[in-house]
Design a protein around this ligand. Sequence first.
Ligand SMILES: [Zn+2]
Length: 306
Amino acid sequence: MLHQAVLLAETIDYLLNDPHGTYVDCTLGGGGHLRRLAENLEPDACLIGIDKDLDILEQTRKTLSFPNIKLVHGDFRRINDILDSMKIDQVHGIMMDLGVSSFQLDEAERGFSFHEDAALDMRMNREQSLSARDVVNEYSEDDLTSILFRYGEEKYARSISRAIVNRRKQSPIESTMELVEIIQTSVPASYRREKHPARKTFQALRIEVNGELDALLEVLPQALDRLYPGGRLCVITFHSLEDRIVKKFMQEKARSCICPPELPVCVCDHHAELEILSRKPIIASKEESASNPRSRSAKLRAVRKL
Ligand SMILES: [Zn+2]
């Protein structure tokens, strides 16, 4: 099943600024954003789609045709190297959708799902060595606790980590359902009746395995750097940690003065690098939220480079 792109019309509205321009989708996913963009561009425009998943690239290659399209297997945090290798200096628009694609979530055998039994894996790039199995079986109790707390905002991080460490002393934890069972027995019954008790732990492991927050911190300045003046950057996030990183980056780069407030005149000579196009993040319409539940947590932030 193909991943349904979220905030499609909204993203293209903000992103598009020159119908002959060059646009980069850093997280191709199901290709929905790139496809919609292609419909709005002239044939001499250039489209670049990056993904670290070969299956996704192959799907897009089969289903999307555009005269000048380049599909690249790579990690978006290396966008500088990727554009350099194509001898492209600056572009008109860059977008990224940070949700794990539904395509991958559908693939229960890769261990992203807490509803189906599979080997603990969660690697989006299968050529990478670190998997969820390594994190669960090899990280110290303190490191596990800190990951679950920071990336999952899991309030029972400590007791879940302790239970994991106790269990793996007997034998390694190999499967998603073993992990789900450990989580279920280490949280209070009342918590088990809320959302699925394994949800936050699985989110945290996915972020850790794939270095998602580090990737975001690395890619944002590179993306801004690669835009022409007037070029647009659109970022879609799905949880508060990511949105906070994006918001902070955009706000810092939008400030024209970074002098301490007690100074009577500006002495910093600092210039704003971008203009924020929507003060509040853009969220899915009622219609979209009803038809695609995944869109309910999506937030789009868009800026224009000065
Ligand atoms: Zn100043």
